[in-house]
Design a protein around this ligand. Structure first.
Ligand code: KG4
Length: 374
């Protein structure tokens, strides 16, 4: 079954065709980052206009690539359904993808499947390309085989721990009370003059600094002043923002951001000080995420830990969470780097597992606050 997936929830216009939930036959992503860079963050009106300008081209390219792949595989090249992100995200941006998807579903005479963006991030580790080793087709690692699983969706818009008792069933067990991890990275980068978006830049700068520091064996000698001690984002028990979730499974990054601002105001660092600052800031985020993950993995017997979202590309997060998963005896599933950020393949892929939740094409509405598991 070939599903065309469309994603326009934020600042990527994306479309892809995925076969049977996991095999990516085409994948096109147009990123609007340069358009938002002068503003240091995503401007919804600019995002919406850019989606309108690009959607036909992106979808057209995804279909053309799919047809080429089908000819190569000597297959018919038929699209059996159209899937689209209908939330959460920016309302004016979601509407563009939704309208395109409605039109296509009607024109092709196929069902439309509405997909939750965060749930789709948790599907990204299952995506593979035609040339890849077919590990996911048999044995462990297919969506059908991984439950019960703990999911962590960690991106520019979300940081959320999700209990998945079976594949396609989701219950949020912890989340950020304020900024998402990606937002925390981006705001720090802006404050330090590193540009937008800042996650990848901080990752690279921190990695280089840590490699150099390690080579001086400071890490292994346990030097206590290696990292600047930024707060580790643990919310207080009983605060109303927890909304019934346990504090031990939630994070709060707003204090971390303020601590960075105070540090910069007080210490007036030079450019040479930046690598240690960003590595320490990153470490505070990584350790907060690792700590909550350890707690979540102890609360229930899981088979797998599924990691998805733009921030799951972070090299330190990948390394530390791999240790956490190994210590807990669960297998860790992470997306290929190109599927960590927003893309249409994760939408099309998850739709295969949600194909029985088919919506009436003309009544599906954008839901900017769509909850996970609803
Ligand atoms: O998943 P994504 O494309 O968008 C959302 O669904 O939110 O994630 C984008 C976020 C940005 O905040 C970006 O700074 C962050 O992912 N990011 C990273 C890295 N690469 C992207 N954060 C930390 N380390 C990275 N290597």
């Amino acid at each position: 079954m070939n599903i065309l997936g469309i994603e326009t929830s934020c600042d990527e216009t994306a479309a892809a065709v995925v076969k049977d939930g996991c095999e990516v036959l085409s994948n096109v992503v147009y990123t609007q980052i340069p358009l938002h860079q002068p503003y240091g963050g995503v401007v919804p009106e600019i995002a919406s206009r850019a989606h309108i300008e690009k959607i036909s081209q992106v979808v057209g390219e995804a279909i053309a690539q799919f047809r080429t792949a089908s000819v190569r595989q000597q297959e018919e090249g038929r699209i059996d359904a159209v899937a689209v992100t209908y939330g959460p995200g920016l309302s004016p941006a979601l509407i563009v993808g939704l309208n395109a998807a409605k039109g296509l579903a009607k024109a092709l005479g196929v069902p439309l499947i509405g997909i939750n963006h965060i749930e789709a991030h948790l599907h990204s580790p299952f995506l593979y390309d035609a040339g890849d080793e077919r590990r996911l087709k048999t044995g462990d690692g297919r969506p059908e085989d991984v439950a019960p699983a703990l999911g962590l969706a960690i991106s520019g818009g979300n940081t959320m721990w999700v209990d998945m008792p079976e594949y396609g069933a989701y219950e949020v067990i912890g989340e950020t009370l304020d900024d998402a991890a990606g937002e925390a990275f981006d705001k720090a980068a802006k404050l330090l003059g590193l540009g937008y978006p800042g996650g990848l830049k901080i990752d690279r700068m921190a990695s280089a600094w840590m490699a150099e520091t390690r080579s001086r064996s400071e890490v292994d000698s346990g030097s206590s002043d290696l990292f600047i001690p930024f707060p580790k984002g643990r919310p207080r028990d009983g605060v109303t923002a927890l909304a019934g979730l346990p504090a031990e499974l939630c994070v709060s990054f707003s204090g971390l951001k303020t601590a960075l601002l105070r540090y910069v105001q007080k210490e007036k660092p030079t450019e040479a000080d930046l690598p240690r600052i960003v590595a320490s800031y990153q470490e505070a985020i990584v350790q907060a995420v690792a700590d909550r993950t350890r707690v979540a993995l102890k609360r229930k017997k899981y088979k797998s830990f599924i990691l998805g979202g733009g921030v799951s590309l972070n090299s330190r997060i990948r390394a530390v969470l791999a240790d956490v998963a190994r210590d807990a005896g669960v297998s860790l599933l992470m997306a290929k780097p190109k599927y960590t950020g927003d893309n249409g393949a994760m939408i099309a892929g998850l739709a295969y597992y949600r194909r029985n939740h088919v919506e009436d094409a003309m009544t599906l509405d954008a839901n900017p606050c769509l909850e996970v598991g609803r």
